[in-house]
Design a protein around this ligand. Structure first.
Ligand SMILES: NC(=O)c1ccc[n+]([C@@H]2O[C@H](COP(=O)([O-])OP(=O)(O)OC[C@H]3O[C@@H](n4cnc5c(N)ncnc54)[C@H](OP(=O)(O)O)[C@@H]3O)[C@@H](O)[C@H]2O)c1
Length: 315
C-alpha cells in the first residue's frame, strides 16, 4: 500500500481507503467486520463514514470493530450536517448542532477523537465563521484532529479558506466531491480551488456505484445482490449506450495491460496528485483485494492519453 499526505496536513493516509456507506445498510456486523479486518491486513488505514450512514450503524459497527489497541493505526473520517430528523436545529453546521453531533459520533465510534471531521454538505443558513470557530474549538479540545468539507463549490472553498486565514482558525485540509471517470464535473471549478488551497481530494462514487468495475453488462440485468440491482433509478442513469461503449473500451485497455478495469478506474483518479485517497465502498473482502492493488499501477502518459480519448469519445 502507498500513503499520501492528506492535502496540506502532516497526516499519512492510504491511497486506497474505504468508504463505509454500505455498513449497517447493506452489510450486517459480521460482513462489516470481515471487510474492516481485511482492509487493515491490506494496509488500508483510511476509513470514511458519516453520522448518517446505515442509520448510524456504520459508525457503530466501526466502533465495535476498531479496538483500543488498533485505534492508533487507523484514520477515521466522519461527517456531520445532514438532516438527523424531525426537530429544529437537528441539521446543518450551527455551533449547537456540531457540538451535539460530535459527541454522538464519538460515542458510536467508541473513540476519544475523530481524525478528520467533515462538513457533509454546505449549510447556506449558518455563517461559515460560526462553523469554523466551532470546528477550531473542537481541534483545540482534542476531540477532532483535522477538519474537511464535502460537496463544497469552488467559491465556498475559497470563502472558507480565506475566513480561516483571516481569523487564524483551523482550515480545511480536504474536500470530498463526487469524482470518477464518468463524472468529471469538478475539473472546471472545484479541482482548481482544491489545488490552489492544497486541499486533498477524497472522491466519492469513484467507481460510479460499481459501474466502473465492468460487472454490469450491456443488455443484461444487473447481477443479483449488487448495488445497482437494488435501485432501478440509479441503474437507469448508468445503463446508457454511451456508458457501455466507454466501459467496454476501458475494459479492453485494462485487460491488454494485464489489469482489471476497476484498477484502471482507481489508478486514474490517483494519477492526479491532488487526490489523497480513493474511498471505494467494498462489500466483500475479494473486492478490497482488487481495489488495494490498484494503487500499485502507476499509469503512464500513453495510457492516460488513451483514457482521455475514450472518455471524450461521443459513443
Ligand atoms: N460526501 C458525500 O456526499 C458522499 C456521498 C456518497 C458516498 N460517500 C462516501 O464515498 C464512499 C465511496 O462511494 P460509494 O461507496 O458510494 O461508491 P463507489 O465506490 O463508486 O461504489 C461502491 C460499490 O462498488 C462496488 N465495488 C467496490 N469495489 C468493487 C470491486 N472491486 N469489484 C466489484 N464491485 C466493487 C460495490 O458494489 P456491490 O454493492 O454491488 O458489491 C460497492 O457497493 C462511500 O462509501 C462513502 O463513504 C460520500
Amino acid at each position: 500500500m502507498q500513503y499520501r499526505k492528506l492535502g496540506n496536513s502532516g497526516l499519512d493516509i492510504s491511497t486506497v481507503g474505504i468508504g463505509t456507506n454500505n455498513f449497517g445498510r447493506r452489510m450486517d456486523l459480521n460482513a462489516t467486520q470481515k471487510v474492516i479486518h481485511k482492509a487493515i491486513d491490506l494496509g488500508i488505514n483510511f476509513f470514511d463514514t458519516s453520522n448518517t450512514y446505515g442509520n448510524q450503524l456504520s459508525e457503530e459497527y466501526i466502533g465495535k470493530t476498531i479496538t483500543k489497541d488498533i485505534r492508533r493505526n487507523i484514520i477515521i473520517a466522519t461527517k456531520f450536517g445532514m438532516d438527523m430528523g424531525g426537530i429544529p436545529n437537528n441539521i446543518g453546521a450551527s455551533r449547537k448542532h456540531i457540538l451535539e453531533q460530535v459527541d454522538d459520533s464519538l460515542k458510536r465510534l467508541n473513540s476519544d477523537y475523530i481524525d478528520l471531521y467533515q462538513i457533509h454538505v454546505p449549510d447556506p443558513h449558518t455563517p461559515i465563521l460560526e462553523t469554523l470557530t466551532t470546528l477550531n474549538d473542537l481541534v483545540r479540545s482534542g476531540k477532532v484532529r483535522y477538519i474537511g468539507c464535502s460537496n463544497f463549490a469552488g467559491w465556498q472553498i475559497a470563502q472558507a479558506m480565506e475566513t480561516s486565514r483571516k481569523e487564524s482558525l483551523e482550515a480545511f485540509v480536504s474536500n470530498q466531491p463526487e469524482y470518477s471517470m464518468l463524472n468529471r464535473s469538478i475539473e472546471t471549478e472545484i479541482l482548481p480551488a482544491c489545488e490552489n488551497y492544497k486541499l486533498g481530494i477524497l472522491p466519492f462514487f469513484p467507481l460510479a456505484n460499481g459501474f466502473l468495475t465492468g460487472k454490469y453488462k450491456r443488455n443484461q440485468p444487473p447481477p443479483s445482490g449488487t448495488r445497482l440491482s437494488e435501485s432501478a433509478e440509479s441503474a437507469n442513469t448508468y445503463f446508457t449506450s454511451k456508458n457501455f461503449d466507454i466501459i467496454e473500451k476501458l475494459e479492453q485497455l485494462a485487460n491488454d495491460a494485464n489489469h482489471t478495469v476497476t484498477e484502471l478506474a482507481i489508478s486514474w483518479l490517483l494519477s492526479n496528485n491532488n487526490v489523497s485517497s480513493v474511498i471505494s465502498g467494498a462489500t466483500k473482502t475479494s473486492q478490497l483485494e482488487i481495489n488495494a492493488k490498484a494503487a500499485d499501477w502507476d499509469l503512464e502518459t500513453d495510457v492516460l492519453d488513451e483514457i482521455e480519448i475514450i472518455l471524450n469519445s461521443k459513443g
